[in-house]
Design a protein. Structure first.
Length: 75
């Protein structure tokens, strides 16, 4: 468990917290971890979305011109 907690630039000693304060701190840490996980998931899904858009663009170009752009740039 953390020894100090920094809130809005001010550091607080966690050892002075009551039992209810420690429970709030645990919930705060849990929510913070969940938020970070959600942000990571958002980044992954955004990257996947961009990949799908690129694939769709290639498919549209291939359908209109008959040229497979992905084949031109693959090694």
């Amino acid at each position: 468990m953390v020894k100090t907690l920094k809130i809005e630039g001010q550091e607080y000693d966690v050892s002075t917290l009551s039992e209810a304060g420690r429970a709030n701190l645990a919930q705060f840490q849990h929510v913070t971890a969940q938020l970070q996980e959600a942000q990571n998931l958002h980044a992954v899904l955004t990257k996947a979305r961009h990949a799908y858009i690129a694939d769709l663009k290639n498919e549209i170009v291939k359908g209109k011109s008959g040229i497979d752009l992905s084949a031109l740039f693959d090694d």
